[in-house]
Design a protein around this ligand. Sequence first.
Ligand SMILES: *[C@@H]1O[C@H](CO)[C@@H](O)[C@H](O)[C@H]1NC(C)=O
Ligand SMILES: *[C@@H]1O[C@H](CO)[C@@H](O)[C@H](O)[C@H]1NC(C)=O
Length: 304
Amino acid sequence: MFLPEIQSVAMWKKVLAAVLGVIVGYSLIDDFNPDSLKGKNVVITGASAGIGEQMAYHYARMGANVLVTARTEKKLQEVVAKCKELGRSDGIYHYISADMSNLTSTELVIREAISKMGGIDYLVLNHIIVIPLGMWKGSPDNLTRMDKIVDVNYKSYVHLTSHALPFLEESKGSIVVVSSLAGKVAQPFSGVYSSTKFALDGFFGSLRQEFALRNCDVSVTLCVIGLVATESAISELKNFKQFFLLNNIKAAEPPDAAYAIIRGGALRAREIYFPYMETRVLTMLRDWLPKTVDYINRFVYTTS
Ligand SMILES: *[C@@H]1O[C@H](CO)[C@@H](O)[C@H](O)[C@H]1NC(C)=O
Ligand SMILES: *[C@@H]1O[C@H](CO)[C@@H](O)[C@H](O)[C@H]1NC(C)=O
Protein backbone atom coordinates (compact mmCIF):
# COMPACT_ATOMS: atom_id res chain seq x y z
CA MET A 1 0.00 0.00 0.00
CA PHE A 2 1.13 3.51 -0.72
CA LEU A 3 -0.60 6.87 -0.74
CA PRO A 4 -0.55 8.44 -4.20
CA GLU A 5 1.47 11.57 -4.23
CA ILE A 6 -0.59 14.60 -4.99
CA GLN A 7 1.54 16.48 -7.40
CA SER A 8 -0.54 18.30 -9.96
CA VAL A 9 -2.96 21.16 -9.47
CA ALA A 10 -5.63 19.08 -11.20
CA MET A 11 -5.17 16.40 -8.60
CA TRP A 12 -5.51 18.92 -5.79
CA LYS A 13 -8.72 20.21 -7.31
CA LYS A 14 -10.11 16.68 -7.40
CA VAL A 15 -9.22 16.13 -3.77
CA LEU A 16 -10.81 19.44 -2.80
CA ALA A 17 -13.97 18.64 -4.76
CA ALA A 18 -14.17 15.24 -3.07
CA VAL A 19 -13.77 16.76 0.39
CA LEU A 20 -16.42 19.39 -0.34
CA GLY A 21 -18.69 16.70 -1.71
CA VAL A 22 -18.38 14.70 1.48
CA ILE A 23 -19.05 17.78 3.64
CA VAL A 24 -22.12 18.81 1.64
CA GLY A 25 -23.38 15.23 1.46
CA TYR A 26 -22.89 14.79 5.17
CA SER A 27 -24.77 17.98 5.96
CA LEU A 28 -27.74 16.74 3.92
CA ILE A 29 -28.13 13.53 5.92
CA ASP A 30 -31.05 13.95 8.27
CA ASP A 31 -30.01 12.24 11.45
CA PHE A 32 -33.29 12.98 13.22
CA ASN A 33 -35.07 9.79 14.15
CA PRO A 34 -38.65 10.52 15.32
CA ASP A 35 -38.65 7.13 17.07
CA SER A 36 -36.14 8.57 19.54
CA LEU A 37 -39.06 10.48 21.08
CA LYS A 38 -41.09 7.37 21.87
CA GLY A 39 -42.01 7.32 25.56
CA LYS A 40 -40.31 10.66 26.26
CA ASN A 41 -42.05 13.07 28.63
CA VAL A 42 -42.68 16.46 27.07
CA VAL A 43 -44.02 19.69 28.59
CA ILE A 44 -45.19 22.29 26.05
CA THR A 45 -46.26 25.80 27.03
CA GLY A 46 -48.46 28.00 24.88
CA ALA A 47 -49.93 24.81 23.46
CA SER A 48 -53.56 25.81 22.91
CA ALA A 49 -52.94 27.31 19.47
CA GLY A 50 -50.37 28.04 16.78
CA ILE A 51 -46.97 26.37 16.75
CA GLY A 52 -47.37 25.02 20.31
CA GLU A 53 -50.56 23.17 19.41
CA GLN A 54 -48.90 21.68 16.32
CA MET A 55 -45.92 20.57 18.41
CA ALA A 56 -48.28 18.68 20.74
CA TYR A 57 -49.70 16.75 17.76
CA HIS A 58 -46.26 15.94 16.30
CA TYR A 59 -44.92 14.77 19.66
CA ALA A 60 -48.02 12.61 20.24
CA ARG A 61 -47.69 11.09 16.76
CA MET A 62 -44.01 10.34 17.46
CA GLY A 63 -45.00 8.40 20.58
CA ALA A 64 -44.13 10.92 23.32
CA ASN A 65 -46.15 11.63 26.47
CA VAL A 66 -47.38 15.20 26.49
CA LEU A 67 -48.46 17.72 29.10
CA VAL A 68 -49.76 20.92 27.52
CA THR A 69 -50.38 24.22 29.20
CA ALA A 70 -51.88 27.59 28.25
CA ARG A 71 -54.64 29.75 29.68
CA THR A 72 -57.77 28.52 27.90
CA GLU A 73 -58.98 25.28 29.43
CA LYS A 74 -61.45 24.47 26.68
CA LYS A 75 -58.82 24.69 23.94
CA LEU A 76 -56.42 22.55 26.00
CA GLN A 77 -59.10 19.86 26.38
CA GLU A 78 -59.45 19.76 22.60
CA VAL A 79 -55.69 19.54 22.11
CA VAL A 80 -55.43 16.66 24.59
CA ALA A 81 -58.34 14.84 22.90
CA LYS A 82 -56.59 15.11 19.55
CA CYS A 83 -53.27 13.96 21.04
CA LYS A 84 -55.07 10.84 22.32
CA GLU A 85 -56.36 10.20 18.82
CA LEU A 86 -52.93 10.62 17.21
CA GLY A 87 -50.69 9.11 19.85
CA ARG A 88 -49.96 5.72 21.38
CA SER A 89 -52.92 4.08 23.08
CA ASP A 90 -50.89 3.81 26.29
CA GLY A 91 -49.50 7.35 25.97
CA ILE A 92 -50.00 9.95 28.71
CA TYR A 93 -51.76 13.17 27.64
CA HIS A 94 -52.75 15.87 30.10
CA TYR A 95 -53.21 19.59 30.40
CA ILE A 96 -53.02 22.19 33.12
CA SER A 97 -54.45 25.61 32.52
CA ALA A 98 -52.16 28.36 33.81
CA ASP A 99 -51.57 32.06 33.33
CA MET A 100 -47.85 32.72 32.95
CA SER A 101 -48.17 36.33 34.10
CA ASN A 102 -48.64 34.79 37.56
CA LEU A 103 -45.21 33.32 38.26
CA THR A 104 -46.60 31.10 41.02
CA SER A 105 -48.24 29.02 38.33
CA THR A 106 -44.86 28.06 36.83
CA GLU A 107 -44.19 25.78 39.79
CA LEU A 108 -47.67 24.28 39.58
CA VAL A 109 -47.11 23.38 35.92
CA ILE A 110 -43.88 21.52 36.64
CA ARG A 111 -45.40 19.79 39.67
CA GLU A 112 -48.33 18.65 37.55
CA ALA A 113 -45.95 17.32 34.89
CA ILE A 114 -44.08 15.25 37.46
CA SER A 115 -47.22 13.92 39.07
CA LYS A 116 -48.75 12.90 35.73
CA MET A 117 -45.67 11.67 33.80
CA GLY A 118 -43.11 10.94 36.51
CA GLY A 119 -40.36 12.99 34.86
CA ILE A 120 -39.50 15.51 32.16
CA ASP A 121 -37.30 14.89 29.11
CA TYR A 122 -38.22 17.96 27.07
CA LEU A 123 -39.24 21.34 28.43
CA VAL A 124 -40.54 23.23 25.40
CA LEU A 125 -40.99 26.92 26.23
CA ASN A 126 -43.15 28.46 23.58
CA HIS A 127 -45.79 30.77 25.08
CA ILE A 128 -45.94 34.51 24.55
CA ILE A 129 -48.37 37.23 25.40
CA VAL A 130 -49.74 38.61 22.16
CA ILE A 131 -49.05 42.33 22.07
CA PRO A 132 -50.33 44.71 19.42
CA LEU A 133 -47.54 46.17 17.30
CA GLY A 134 -47.04 49.86 17.93
CA MET A 135 -44.65 52.76 18.19
CA TRP A 136 -42.99 53.17 21.60
CA LYS A 137 -44.19 56.50 22.99
CA GLY A 138 -43.10 56.08 26.57
CA SER A 139 -46.72 56.60 27.62
CA PRO A 140 -47.99 55.29 31.00
CA ASP A 141 -49.88 52.65 29.02
CA ASN A 142 -46.65 51.53 27.29
CA LEU A 143 -44.81 51.35 30.61
CA THR A 144 -47.41 49.38 32.56
CA ARG A 145 -47.88 46.93 29.71
CA MET A 146 -44.13 46.28 29.67
CA ASP A 147 -44.16 44.65 33.12
CA LYS A 148 -46.63 41.98 32.11
CA ILE A 149 -44.84 41.30 28.83
CA VAL A 150 -41.53 40.82 30.64
CA ASP A 151 -43.18 38.48 33.18
CA VAL A 152 -44.84 36.30 30.55
CA ASN A 153 -42.27 36.31 27.77
CA TYR A 154 -39.11 36.22 29.85
CA LYS A 155 -39.38 35.70 33.62
CA SER A 156 -41.78 32.78 33.41
CA TYR A 157 -39.28 31.01 31.10
CA VAL A 158 -36.60 31.34 33.76
CA HIS A 159 -38.99 30.23 36.52
CA LEU A 160 -40.24 27.18 34.61
CA THR A 161 -36.67 26.17 33.81
CA SER A 162 -35.58 26.58 37.42
CA HIS A 163 -38.39 24.36 38.73
CA ALA A 164 -37.82 21.75 36.02
CA LEU A 165 -34.02 21.66 36.21
CA PRO A 166 -33.61 18.89 38.83
CA PHE A 167 -35.83 16.62 36.72
CA LEU A 168 -34.08 17.56 33.48
CA GLU A 169 -30.70 16.76 35.03
CA GLU A 170 -32.01 13.40 36.11
CA SER A 171 -33.26 12.55 32.61
CA LYS A 172 -30.34 14.24 30.78
CA GLY A 173 -33.12 16.16 29.11
CA SER A 174 -33.51 19.19 26.90
CA ILE A 175 -34.70 22.75 27.16
CA VAL A 176 -36.18 24.07 23.93
CA VAL A 177 -36.66 27.83 23.85
CA VAL A 178 -38.83 29.22 21.09
CA SER A 179 -37.54 32.65 20.18
CA SER A 180 -37.88 34.82 17.13
CA LEU A 181 -35.94 36.65 14.47
CA ALA A 182 -36.85 39.67 16.63
CA GLY A 183 -34.62 38.09 19.30
CA LYS A 184 -31.58 38.34 17.01
CA VAL A 185 -32.36 41.40 14.89
CA ALA A 186 -34.29 44.35 16.31
CA GLN A 187 -37.35 45.38 14.35
CA PRO A 188 -39.54 48.45 14.68
CA PHE A 189 -42.89 48.44 16.54
CA SER A 190 -42.04 45.57 18.86
CA GLY A 191 -39.38 46.91 21.20
CA VAL A 192 -40.49 45.16 24.37
CA TYR A 193 -41.28 41.89 22.62
CA SER A 194 -37.89 42.04 20.92
CA SER A 195 -36.09 42.79 24.17
CA THR A 196 -37.67 39.79 25.94
CA LYS A 197 -36.51 37.55 23.09
CA PHE A 198 -32.97 39.00 23.25
CA ALA A 199 -33.10 38.39 27.00
CA LEU A 200 -33.89 34.70 26.43
CA ASP A 201 -30.78 34.41 24.23
CA GLY A 202 -28.72 35.98 27.00
CA PHE A 203 -30.06 33.92 29.87
CA PHE A 204 -30.16 30.56 28.13
CA GLY A 205 -26.81 31.18 26.44
CA SER A 206 -25.30 31.71 29.88
CA LEU A 207 -27.05 28.63 31.27
CA ARG A 208 -25.71 26.52 28.40
CA GLN A 209 -22.19 27.61 29.30
CA GLU A 210 -22.71 26.73 32.95
CA PHE A 211 -24.03 23.29 32.00
CA ALA A 212 -20.80 22.71 30.06
CA LEU A 213 -18.70 23.96 32.99
CA ARG A 214 -20.30 21.62 35.49
CA ASN A 215 -20.73 18.64 33.13
CA CYS A 216 -24.50 18.87 33.30
CA ASP A 217 -25.93 16.87 30.44
CA VAL A 218 -28.95 19.08 29.68
CA SER A 219 -29.13 20.60 26.21
CA VAL A 220 -30.38 24.09 25.38
CA THR A 221 -31.83 24.76 21.93
CA LEU A 222 -32.71 28.32 20.96
CA CYS A 223 -35.18 28.48 18.05
CA VAL A 224 -35.02 31.56 15.85
CA ILE A 225 -38.39 31.62 14.13
CA GLY A 226 -39.37 33.95 11.29
CA LEU A 227 -42.79 34.67 9.83
CA VAL A 228 -45.17 31.76 10.44
CA ALA A 229 -48.84 31.82 9.45
CA THR A 230 -50.33 31.38 12.91
CA GLU A 231 -53.71 32.99 13.49
CA SER A 232 -52.27 35.39 16.04
CA ALA A 233 -49.32 36.51 13.89
CA ILE A 234 -51.47 37.10 10.83
CA SER A 235 -54.21 38.98 12.69
CA GLU A 236 -51.60 41.11 14.43
CA LEU A 237 -50.09 42.11 11.08
CA LYS A 238 -53.55 42.79 9.64
CA ASN A 239 -54.54 44.94 12.61
CA PHE A 240 -51.37 46.96 12.11
CA LYS A 241 -52.06 47.16 8.36
CA GLN A 242 -48.83 45.46 7.33
CA PHE A 243 -50.02 44.59 3.87
CA PHE A 244 -46.57 44.72 2.27
CA LEU A 245 -45.35 41.98 4.58
CA LEU A 246 -48.54 39.98 4.26
CA ASN A 247 -48.56 40.16 0.47
CA ASN A 248 -44.88 39.79 -0.30
CA ILE A 249 -43.36 37.48 2.25
CA LYS A 250 -44.64 33.95 2.31
CA ALA A 251 -45.37 32.90 5.85
CA ALA A 252 -44.33 29.33 6.72
CA GLU A 253 -46.90 26.80 7.89
CA PRO A 254 -47.22 26.22 11.66
CA PRO A 255 -46.85 22.39 11.43
CA ASP A 256 -43.55 22.84 9.55
CA ALA A 257 -42.24 25.27 12.16
CA ALA A 258 -43.34 22.85 14.89
CA TYR A 259 -41.49 19.97 13.23
CA ALA A 260 -38.29 22.01 12.81
CA ILE A 261 -38.33 22.92 16.51
CA ILE A 262 -38.93 19.33 17.64
CA ARG A 263 -36.17 18.09 15.36
CA GLY A 264 -33.71 20.67 16.70
CA GLY A 265 -34.54 19.74 20.29
CA ALA A 266 -34.18 16.02 19.62
CA LEU A 267 -30.79 16.57 17.94
CA ARG A 268 -29.74 18.75 20.89
CA ALA A 269 -28.87 21.52 18.43
CA ARG A 270 -27.52 24.74 19.91
CA GLU A 271 -29.77 26.89 17.71
CA ILE A 272 -32.17 26.33 14.88
CA TYR A 273 -33.32 28.83 12.25
CA PHE A 274 -36.73 28.57 10.58
CA PRO A 275 -37.53 29.42 7.82
CA TYR A 276 -33.81 28.92 7.41
CA MET A 277 -32.85 31.43 4.71
CA GLU A 278 -34.64 34.57 5.92
CA THR A 279 -33.73 34.11 9.57
CA ARG A 280 -30.16 32.84 9.13
CA VAL A 281 -29.09 35.36 6.52
CA LEU A 282 -30.43 38.38 8.40
CA THR A 283 -28.86 37.17 11.64
CA MET A 284 -25.50 36.70 9.93
CA LEU A 285 -25.61 40.07 8.18
CA ARG A 286 -26.64 41.85 11.36
CA ASP A 287 -23.00 42.27 12.40
CA TRP A 288 -21.48 42.79 8.95
CA LEU A 289 -24.01 45.14 7.39
CA PRO A 290 -26.06 46.50 10.28
CA LYS A 291 -27.38 49.55 8.43
CA THR A 292 -28.52 47.45 5.49
CA VAL A 293 -30.32 45.03 7.79
CA ASP A 294 -31.95 47.94 9.61
CA TYR A 295 -33.02 49.36 6.27
CA ILE A 296 -34.56 46.05 5.18
CA ASN A 297 -36.46 45.85 8.45
CA ARG A 298 -37.77 49.39 8.10
CA PHE A 299 -38.65 48.76 4.48
CA VAL A 300 -40.82 45.70 5.09
CA TYR A 301 -42.79 47.47 7.84
CA THR A 302 -44.81 50.16 6.16
CA THR A 303 -46.48 52.90 8.14
CA SER A 304 -49.32 54.77 6.55
C1 LIG B 1 -51.36 33.27 41.30
O1 LIG B 1 -51.58 31.88 41.31
C2 LIG B 1 -51.68 31.32 42.61
C3 LIG B 1 -51.77 29.81 42.45
O2 LIG B 1 -52.74 29.44 41.53
C4 LIG B 1 -52.89 31.90 43.31
O3 LIG B 1 -52.98 31.39 44.62
C5 LIG B 1 -52.75 33.43 43.36
O4 LIG B 1 -53.91 33.99 43.89
C6 LIG B 1 -52.51 33.99 41.97
N1 LIG B 1 -52.19 35.41 42.05
C7 LIG B 1 -52.86 36.33 41.37
C8 LIG B 1 -52.40 37.74 41.54
O5 LIG B 1 -53.79 36.07 40.61
C1 LIG C 1 -47.79 53.21 23.33
O1 LIG C 1 -48.86 53.98 23.74
C2 LIG C 1 -49.52 54.68 22.70
C3 LIG C 1 -50.62 55.49 23.32
O2 LIG C 1 -50.28 55.95 24.57
C4 LIG C 1 -50.10 53.69 21.71
O3 LIG C 1 -50.66 54.39 20.61
C5 LIG C 1 -49.00 52.78 21.20
O4 LIG C 1 -49.57 51.79 20.36
C6 LIG C 1 -48.31 52.13 22.37
N1 LIG C 1 -47.22 51.32 21.87
C7 LIG C 1 -46.95 50.13 22.32
C8 LIG C 1 -45.77 49.44 21.71
O5 LIG C 1 -47.61 49.59 23.19
